[in-house]
Structures are given as C-alpha cells and as structure tokens.
Design a binder for this molecule. Structure first.
Ligand code: COA
Length: 178
C-alpha cells in the first residue's frame, strides 16, 4: 500500500476508480489542497484507491475544538472503502497524516469522532488518541449510491494526540546520551 498526497494525475485515477455519485468530492478536496489549506492523502493498493483523509493545515474545524486546542492540526474526512475496512488502511492513513503533520513541526494532531461511531473512537484510542470532552456540532451532506443528497448533523468529540519530534540519527554522531 502506498499513501501520498493526491496529485493531478491521481485525481483522474480517483475519479475513475472511486466515483462518488452526486458530488465530485475528490476534486473539492484536491482544490483545497491546491490552495495550501489542506493535504489530501490517498491510500493506493494495487493501483486502486482504497481510502483517503484530509489534513487541515488551518487547525480544527469546529469552533470549540479550535479554541480549546489552538495548535492542533485536524485530520478529517477519513474514510476507507467498505470492502477494504478492517485491513489496516485507516491506521496507515492516520500514521501517514501524523508523519506529515510532525514533519511541519506541529505538536498535536486531532480527530473528531461522532458520538454514534464508537468503533472508530476505539480505533483512535488504540492509536494513542485521548478524549478531550470538547464537542462541536458539524453539518455536512453525503450522497448515496443513487446520487441523492442527505443532510446530516453530527455531534463530534475531539480526540488528540501529542506528536513527539523524531530523533535524528547520524552514522557519525555516535550514541545519544541523556
Ligand atoms: C473508521 C475507518 C476509517 C477505519 O479504517 P479501517 O481501515 O477499517 O481501520 P483499520 O483496519 O486500520 O483498523 C481496524 C479497526 O477499526 C475499527 N473500525 C471502525 N469502523 C470499522 C468498520 N466499519 N470496519 C472495520 N473496522 C472498523 C475497528 O475497531 C477495527 O478494529 P478490530 O480490527 O480490532 O476490529 C473505516 O472503518 C471507515 O471508513 N469507516 C466509515 C467512515 C468513518 O467512520 N470514518 C471515520 C470518521 S471519524
């Protein structure tokens, strides 16, 4: 599996191999990335897109999360194709997002999870995320297989994880002390 920020060429493959009826969400996410406000990470397995998520460089989207954790970078819109779930794609996307966020020197990553999604919350906690008790109400629209729009209101709790700077090693620097 390879995880990389979506390129213009990837976008064509995404639209062809992972069509989402009713809305070109891939193009919208790619456009956000092109403005510099986000990174659209896509996981590929055998040439097929199997999952994706957005790193929001502007911080947490929800106003309560934003004011409680101002230095936190949110990873959202995480989704794995239904037939690929439970095989490590989501965990790998989260690890890739953490690496990217850490590489830009940000100290904290956050994920909002809906109250009715305890399985996702359990996964995030297993990956080191902590509940904050900070909640926001998020309105969004999703499209079913027939392209019909569904408006949803979700009550999300922010989970956060501190990102430690990775130790640099050099073959000539010898063992690190202290
Ligand atoms: C939540 C989600 C991103 C996890 O990705 P994934 O690739 O299935 O996760 P992984 O394979 O790395 O980890 C598996 C764990 O995820 C959790 N999980 C949550 N929802 C799951 C689902 N629908 N199917 C399988 N595992 C799921 C389970 O705890 C599972 O642990 P287990 O193997 O001990 O049962 C993915 O299942 C998904 O897209 N769900 C629908 C959309 C969604 O809920 N997005 C998250 C919004 S916060």
């Amino acid at each position: 599996m390879e995880i990389r920020p979506c390129s213009a060429e990837d976008l064509v493959g995404l639209q062809a191999r992972w069509p989402i009826p009713g809305s070109d969400i891939h193009a919208a996410h790619f456009a956000a990335q092109q403005t510099g406000s986000a990174a659209y990470l896509v996981a590929w397995r055998g040439g097929l897109p199997v999952g994706s998520g957005m790193v929001q460089w502007g911080g947490c989207v929800g106003p309560h999360a934003r004011s409680a954790h101002p230095g936190c970078i949110e990873f959202n819109h995480l989704q794995v194709r239904p037939e690929e779930r439970g095989s490590g794609v989501g965990s790998a996307l989260i690890a890739a997002a953490e690496d990217l966020i850490r590489s830009r020197g940000h100290p904290e990553v956050g994920i909002g999870v809906a109250a009715d999604n305890p399985a996702a919350a359990a996964l995030y906690r297993r990956l080191g995320y902590e509940l904050t008790g900070v909640r926001d109400t998020i309105a969004y629209t999703w499209f079913d297989g027939d392209g019909a729009a569904h408006d949803e209101i979700e009550h999300d709790e922010l989970l956060v994880k501190a990102l430690r700077a990775q130790r640099r090693t050099s073959p000539t620097s010898g063992p690190q002390v202290g």
